[in-house]
Design a binder for this molecule. Structure first.
Ligand code: HEC
Ligand code: HEC
Length: 414
């Protein structure tokens, strides 16, 4: 039943863990930063303060995501998902589609022409090959993505599975995901909801006449047909819901404001009054009450504990090899928290390094087939995390968490 981890994967993991200084405590600070694999000026992570709010459908309905979706959250956040080149650079689905929204500050010099835009085929060139042309597109929000098939700005992909497979294997040149991980990745994307309820007052007559057939309205999502509005490129009419979160607009990010985006449509033939009325309607449909939900130490640790439970589950199922794969991804999450502490926060970094060691030990014991012992080790790890947390909090001033401020948590259910 158990299969040893492939040599290639083990080698990659060794590189990554060294890179975050987890397995080799003596690793110099310069080796701890994935940004060193990226061109200067790169910005691949949203700052903790600017994290977009979470909008998870099952949570909005008062429940919690199921096992598969929670595993998918880990896959979505893991740089291992996109293959070796992306992993070294710390790039995951989450880097671009932060909390299911769009990372409007994502910048990769050479592949981006402005923040929030990236040429995925050019990006692959960074890593290996180029399609010859430079045409960056705006990173879309994945809010409500389960309702917006087909996918890609030109609607080439009928399902989330097909699109995700393409991103991983073609755009990033990574190996195809195992089926069970792809199932999880899709399940997580199916959980992305919209943040706010739509306005209840209807859109005006001009909007109904000039816009609704392509963009839908408060009651109806658009049919997502492809149109060329005058940019020379056929593009799916986007969902306007949640627009406020995704500037700049249009597939190439060429419109800074909603008014610019509407004015960019050729042949709409609007009077000045209709233009301002429809811009106001589109803005209202796209409005969002609360944009940011700062990441906190306690939030990160709670999420980490949830991910550790996923390994636990794999061990209950006696799936040792899978527990090992999930363990690799959880190790990357520990690395994420580790990097959020300043190298000067020595105590915190030492404690977190111990978590990584304890995790590696637990998954190795699981891989060796002693599942009960592995489960005990994971329970010990969770106990250690609980014990260490106050000491981490005490060093919070020397971390990125300090700048993020207190988390604003509130309803926002729809
Ligand atoms: C480097 C940034 C980047 C990364 C990393 C990334 N994406 Fe995207 N994603 C984009 C861009 C840009 C587009 C728009 C591409 C297009 O329209 O053809 C996109 C489009 C999508 C869409 C289609 C949305 C729609 O409504 O049409 C889905 C789904 C998606 N990405 C999922 C993922 C998943 C899953 C991953 C990880 C396996 C991922 N993305 C990784 C930048 C990224
Ligand atoms: C023929 C179909 C069609 C009609 C009619 C139409 N649009 Fe669009 N709209 C599109 C398409 C297609 C895009 C995407 C174009 C692109 O990205 O290059 C778009 C983009 C937009 C965007 C930018 C959205 C984003 O997320 O980037 C806004 C805002 C918008 N339209 C508002 C309107 C308003 C308001 C009206 C009515 C006055 C209108 N549209 C009429 C097809 C249409």
């Amino acid at each position: 039943m158990q299969k040893p981890p492939s040599a290639a994967r083990t080698a990659l993991l060794a590189i990554l863990l060294c890179a975050v200084g987890l397995l080799l405590p003596m690793a110099v600070a310069a080796q701890e930063d994935p940004l060193k694999w990226l061109p200067p000026g790169s910005r691949i992570e949203t700052t903790l303060a600017e994290y977009p709010v979470r909008a998870i459908i099952s949570e909005q309905r008062g429940g919690t995501p199921g096992y598969l979706a929670r595993l998918g959250e880990l896959v979505f956040r893991s740089p291992l998902t996109l293959g070796r080149d992306a992993a070294r650079r710390g790039i995951s689905c989450e880097a671009c589609h932060t909390n299911g929204a769009a990372n409007t500050s994502f910048t990769l010099p050479g592949a981006s022409d402005q923040p929030g835009n990236v040429d995925l085929t050019h990006l692959a060139f960074h890593f290996r090959e180029d399609d010859g042309s430079f045409n960056p597109v705006n990173i879309p929000s994945l809010r409500g993505v389960r309702w917006t098939a087909p996918y890609g700005h030109d609607g080439r992909f009928p399902t989330l599975r097909a699109f995700s497979h393409n991103v991983i294997t073609r755009e990033f040149g990574g190996p195809p995901l195992d089926d069970w991980l792809m199932d999880a990745l899709v399940a997580w994307q199916m959980e992305f909801g919209f943040t706010d309820a739509l306005p209840t007052d209807p859109t005006g007559a001009a909007y109904q006449r000039h816009c609704r057939s392509c963009h839908g309205d408060a009651r109806q999502l658009p049919p997502r047909r492809v149109h060329d509005i005058g940019t020379g490129q056929p593009v799916e009419a986007p969902v306007l819901r949640g627009l406020a979160e995704t500037a700049p607009y249009l597939h190439d990010g060429s419109a800074a404001t909603v008014a610019d985006a509407v004015s960019a449509h050729a042949g709409l033939d609007l009077t000045a009054a209709e233009l301002s009325e429809t811009v106001a309607d589109a803005t209202r449909l796209g409005a969002m009450a609360r944009r940011h939900d700062p990441e906190t130490l306690d939030g990160d640790v709670a999420r980490l504990n949830g991910f550790i439970d996923l390994i636990h589950q794999q061990l209950l199922d006696e799936a040792g090899a899978r527990a090992d794969q999930v363990g690799d991804m959880v190790a990357m999450e520990i690395g994420r928290i580790y990097r959020r502490f300043d190298p000067a926060a020595v105590t915190a970094r030492d404690l977190i390094r111990n978590w990584a060691r304890a995790l590696a030990r637990a998954t190795q014991v699981g891989l060796d087939g002693d599942h009960p012992a592995a489960r005990d080790l994971l329970a010990d790890l969770k106990a250690a995390i609980a014990t260490d947390l106050p000491r981490l909090r005490a060093q919070g001033a020397r971390s990125l968490y300090a700048a993020a401020g207190p988390s604003s948590t509130g309803g926002d259910k729809q």
